[in-house]
Design a protein around this ligand. Structure first.
Ligand code: ADP
Ligand code: MG
Ligand code: ZN
Length: 471
């Protein structure tokens, strides 16, 4: 039986205003080659100047996962030719990365495990090739955008663990505010290194898979590659150390090239950029600015807001959802109720949206109003759900919509009594059943009352009235 061994290299674009070594705007998209200058298109003689913000963000990321920050750190040239790399070298780090060590704790099916990190280094992104019928064109807008590369030790043992690790990293970077982490836009990318071995034996030869742009792709690629390697080994063939490209549509990976070693890149210290000296006091200053991460927030929700651990951890998985929740309870301080509604009704809606980071299309203010209407029984559950649909994507005021469309729940006891008496008159058999103690018949009356009132009868009230009438 083989054991799967995985190490991930995660690239995350930093959300600085300008690029890593020039003052061009760092922004996704835009007219091709409109965020470029002589430095980032590699004109001879143009000199890079390091963006301090990029260093700060990289240190922030490092501190949040327990890395040691190197006070002395060096940029090197990683030499290779590819049309999206104007200088024919990438400014990166090898011998002296900014951050080393640390780890990310994951939780898979209640089992906690530490995935150790090897390093986090700072480097620049390359441009993009655009393939079309007329040929291939180059867009250097992305060239020179600051990236951190987070390299794990080969501590990951399954596709599930790999996804949990990525989710945790993504969440951390989002809470820190250092990256957008949009896999579809490429601001979070990941290479999977995978090998098989038998317990107690040395690690096997690994392959590296690239082009993974969703968690689902990572998951499937790992399953596929583990299977492929097992078949190779079983057939008595050796695994070739190579780079493979994952084709998500085909659900297969293909060999691209045999893997190059660091020495093939002829790394050497970039003579245009002086080494970075990070002072201890600067590191401590950055440490002070670290925000609360998911776990701290979840702890607060349990201890101070009375949520269960499970709910708290679900709410804080995404910073966006957690921020939203906090905004809503600012206006309407019923944490448990708001939490249930978000994890239930709102998540149901988000699940039907096919996007990487779906957005809640109702402002927290309006959500608070909607929930107040529901909680105070002005509207019933089915109307509350309908209202959620109707308000989604509009900026309409829930109270106004309820008023204008006469959606308020019928809490008028006298009126409801009349309606129910009529139903009873027409359904004597059901009344007998209820009298005989068959509580299931109650659902029938509630249903009929709903029908008669266009879904507006307060079910609790209907219950009470029916029970009173049969006494
Ligand atoms: P390179 O620079 O050639 O990509 P690194 O030493 O930086 O090599 O390692 C890259 C990744 O490969 C790391 O995440 C590491 O954990 C992982 N890795 C190294 N050896 C193995 C192995 N035998 N099986 C699986 N992953 C491995
Ligand atoms: Mg690598
Ligand atoms: Zn530039």
């Amino acid at each position: 039986m083989y054991k799967v061994v995985i190490g991930l290299e995660v690239h995350s674009e930093l959300k600085t205003q300008t690029k890593c070594f020039c003052s061009c705007e760092n922004k996704f998209g835009g007219e091709p080659n409109s965020h470029c200058c002589p430095v980032c298109v590699g004109m001879p003689g143009a000199l890079p100047v390091l963006n301090q913000k990029a260093v700060e963000y990289a240190i922030k990321a490092g501190l949040s996962v327990g890395c040691r920050i190197n006070e002395y750190s060096v940029f090197e040239r990683k030499n290779y030719f590819y049309p999206d790399l104007a200088k024919a070298y990438q400014i990166s780090q090898l011998e002296y990365p900014l951050c080393v060590g640390g780890g990310v704790e994951i939780d898979v099916d209640g089992k906690k495990k530490l995935i150790r990190l090897n390093r986090i280094h700072l480097e620049e992104d390359a441009g993009k090739l655009i393939h079309s019928k007329e040929g291939t064109m180059i867009d250097y807008n992305r060239g020179g955008v600051p990236l951190i590369e987070i390299v794990s030790e080969p501590d990951i043992s399954s596709a599930e663990e790999a996804v949990a690790y990525l989710q945790k990293l993504k969440s951390t970077l989002l809470y820190l505010g250092v990256s957008d982490c949009k896999m579809q836009e490429g601001s979070l990318r990941c290479d999977v290194n995978l090998s098989l071995h038998k317990e107690g034996e040395p690690l096997g030869t690994r392959t590296e898979m690239k082009n993974l742009n969703s968690f689902r792709a990572v998951y499937r690629a790992i399953k596929y590659e583990a299977q492929r390697q097992e078949e190779e080994l079983e057939a008595g063939r050796a695994i070739i150390q190579e780079t493979r490209r994952w084709d998500d549509n085909a659900g297969k990976s293909y060999s691209m090239r045999t893997k190059e070693d660091a020495q093939d890149y002829r790394y050497f210290p970039d003579p245009d950029i002086i080494p970075i000296n990070v002072e201890k006091s600067y590191i401590e200053e950055i440490r002070k600015t670290l925000p609360k991460l998911a776990e701290d927030r979840a702890k607060n929700y349990v201890e101070n807001l009375g949520l269960t651990e499970k709910d708290a951890s679900q709410l804080t998985e995404s910073k966006y959802i957690s921020d939203y929740f906090e905004e809503v309870i600012k206006q309407y301080n019923e944490p448990k109720f708001v939490c249930n509604w978000i994890l239930g009704e709102v998540f149901k809606k988000l699940n039907t949206i096919d996007e990487e980071d779906p957005e809640i299309m109702i402002s927290p203010q309006n959500m608070a109003k909607l929930l107040k209407l529901y909680h105070s029984e002005t509207i019933g559950q089915s109307v509350a759900r309908k209202l959620l649909d109707e308000l989604w994507g509009t900026n309409e005021d829930p109270e106004t919509v309820v008023k204008e469309n006469g959606l308020a729940q019928n809490n008028d006891v006298g009126g409801l009594e009349e309606v129910i008496k009529e139903i009873m008159k027409n359904n004597p058999k059901a009344v007998d059943e209820l009298k005989a103690g068959n509580q299931k018949t109650m659902a029938f009356f509630v249903g009929q009352a709903m029908k008669a009132t266009g879904g507006k009868a307060n079910p609790k009230l209907v219950n009470e009235i029916v029970n009173n009438l049969i006494k």
